[in-house]
Design a protein around this ligand. Structure first.
Ligand SMILES: C[S@@+](CC[C@H](N)C(=O)[O-])C[C@H]1O[C@@H](n2cnc3c(N)ncnc32)[C@H](O)[C@@H]1O
Length: 207
């Protein structure tokens, strides 16, 4: 999407096989056009969470739970990951995958608006991952930052938005991404970087 296709193909060709459940979810996502982060980003999340020693992760926008599983495996048996999605069908499908991997005890599912779920869930988080509708990114950042512990990470997907950030249209989603990217670099309380992996990932550390 952002990386030159042959280089992208090379990068994905390096990835080791995933477990049977993740592989099935990837196939489902391809067949049904479900916008999951995919295995290169999933692996990056796993690395990020392990480097960070993350135990408590809140995910905004989880769909069938593919990215949730990468976080849940990385936080370990004492960790806790919050799944949020407004779709009941997605939440039910995700629950089946979590059970099959024996991860259901580390994942709390909230089938409701993700921002409302974050408001209603007490405590601080080591990582907040944002993957909801793109026009909601500025609101997610505003709500999420006070909920991160000092040194916590706010991570967001699709921040290069298929390259539309460089030739923006007037849509609410594109404008949401642009406002979000400006905000994370302008905020003196954050150390932010955008990694051009797949559709662009923002990693922001709360200082
Ligand atoms: C890009 S998909 C999430 C993919 C998932 N993070 C993954 O990589 O496996 C976005 C999901 O967020 C949900 N969504 C969008 N806005 C939402 C909101 N405000 N509250 C709850 N769910 C939302 C949609 O239903 C959709 O399933």
């Amino acid at each position: 999407m952002i990386i030159e296709p042959k280089v992208e193909e090379y990068l994905y060709g390096l990835l080791p096989p995933r477990n049977a459940v993740l592989a099935e979810m990837e196939a489902q996502a391809r067949q049904r056009n479900i916008p999951i982060v995919g295995p290169a980003v999933g692996r990056f999340f796993s690395l990020l969470a392990r480097i960070h020693g993350a135990r408590r992760v809140f995910e905004l926008g989880s769909a069938i739970g593919y990215s949730t599983i990468w976080w849940a495996e990385a936080v370990g048996p004492e960790g806790e990951v919050f799944y949020t999605d407004s779709s009941e069908a997605n939440a039910q499908e995700a629950a089946g995958y979590f059970r099959r991997l024996g991860l259901e005890h580390r994942i709390q599912q909230r089938q409701q608006d993700a921002l409302a779920a974050l408001r209603e869930t007490p405590g601080e988080f080591d990582i907040i991952f944002c993957d909801i509708s793109k026009h909601e990114y500025p609101a997610a950042l505003e709500l999420g930052l006070p909920r991160l512990r000092a040194g916590g990470l706010f991570v967001a997907d699709n921040v290069l938005w298929s390259g539309k950030v460089a030739a923006p249209d007037a849509s609410a989603d594109t404008q949401g991404i642009l406002a979000f990217n400006r905000a994370i670099y302008a905020d003196p309380g954050l150390l932010a970087a955008i990694v051009p992996l797949r559709d662009g990932l923002a990693i922001c550390r709360k200082r």
